[in-house]
Design a protein around this ligand. Structure first.
Ligand code: F6R
Length: 368
């Protein structure tokens, strides 16, 4: 049942191309993005003037990634909030607010309460969920299902990638309804998304090397993760995976914040994972991150760099280099997260922990 793998999580990591393809399938028909149980009309989507994404844990990170794409495509303000904070903070909501509730299980208590609160305030709620008929989709105005299949490993992997793809579809549906993108542009973005299962499959072909790298990190006291732009939520997700699986102190930072405190943590041989942007995308981001890596390397950190294939400029700063295929900037999280998942799982395994069932955690958190 583990498909020849030692643990479910590795099987589920390898299922990511399929999870992505299945989540995208059937959502572009006759030149238009279509959502699933679309109880929201095109007019409802046109009226949206603000988007909130509410979720917990890894699902929250998928929202952080999607914020960059939705704002870019739709010119709508997008706020991403931990469901447990949103609920108790009296957020400003009305019928023109779209609340996207993201939950693999569809049963997470905090996210469910956030949905209920949003609906009481007359906001429209769209659920992104991996579980048919769960409570959150039942209580939402509309649902878009991720088709990642059942996830057994407690740590979310394939559902994270599927969540990003699904929220991107919501972003494209909004752009289409609002006319902030021409239909052929929407079609092109969808096509680029459809190329991602192959790109992720290419990343998976390097898994053995990343596992080896993971084993070499098993004795580290802590690991830091740095990224900018869409690489920032990827850094947060890499750190979360490592905390929950390997019980290791791990933290993700926006690389631009280094100088504002975290650089004080850098010491001899501390592993620092850096998620590089493409050198062909935003050149300024790439240059800034290069300078961040050189600063931490100069202070003796062991740099582990996730970078685009063929990015030669990064080599001198990378003690370890993990290459991922070149993809459009907004889609980079779909490739750069994968080595971080493998790294966390392998470090945990090397430390002798049960990768599928980390201590103190449950797959679905039904208490607040
Ligand atoms: C981390 C993880 C959790 C969940 C979170 C939300 O690997 O799995 O952080 O992402 O508990 O769960 P759902 O998506 O079911 O609402």
């Amino acid at each position: 049942e583990k498909g020849g793998h030692e643990y479910f999580m590795l099987k589920e990591i390898e299922e990511q191309p399929t999870a992505l393809a299945d989540t995208l399938r059937g959502h572009f028909v006759d030149g238009r993005i279509i959502l699933d149980e679309q109880r929201l009309s095109d007019q409802d989507l046109r009226d949206v003037d603000k988007v909130f994404v509410v979720a917990c844990g890894t699902a929250y990170h998928s929202g952080l990634v999607a914020k960059y794409a939705i704002e870019h495509w739709t010119r709508l303000p997008v706020e991403v909030e931990l469901a447990s904070e949103f609920r108790y903070r009296d957020p400003v909501l009305d019928r023109d607010t779209l609340v996207v509730a993201v939950s693999q299980s569809g049963e997470t208590a905090d996210t469910l309460e956030a949905v209920r609160h949003a609906r009481e305030q007359k906001a429209r709620v769209l659920a992104v969920c991996n579980t048919n008929g769960a409570q959150i989709p039942r209580e939402s105005d509309a649902v878009l299902y991720t088709h990642a299949g059942p996830e057994v490993g407690v740590a979310s992997t394939k559902t994270f990638l599927a969540q990003i793809a699904a929220i991107y579809l919501v972003g494209l549906a909004l752009a289409q309804a609002r006319g902030t993108k021409y239909p052929d542009e929407v079609g092109r973005e969808f096509e680029e998304l459809c190329a991602m299962p192959d790109a992720v499959a290419r990343v998976l072909s390097t898994v053995d090397r990343v596992r080896e790298l993971g084993r070499s990190l098993a004795d580290a006291k802590a690991v830091l993760f740095l990224g900018r732009h869409v690489g920032y939520p990827v850094a947060l997700e890499g750190a979360l995976k490592l905390k929950e699986l390997a019980y290791m102190h791990a933290e993700g930072f926006a690389a631009g914040e280094l100088k504002h405190g975290p650089i004080a943590l850098i010491e001899e041989s501390l592993p620092v994972v850096v998620v590089m942007p493409s050198p062909k995308g935003r050149a300024v981001l790439h240059a800034k991150l290069l300078s961040n890596i050189s600063e931490i390397q100069a202070r003796g950190a062991r740099t582990i760099v996730i970078a685009e294939e063929g990015d030669e400029t990064v080599r001198p700063f990378a003690d370890e280099l993990v290459e991922v295929p070149a993809v459009p900037t907004l889609l980079q999280p779909l490739v750069s997260t994968v080595p971080l998942q493998v790294l966390a799982a392998e470090i945990a395994r090397a430390r002798g922990y049960d990768v599928d069932k980390p201590r103190n955690l449950a797959k679905s958190v039904t208490v607040e």
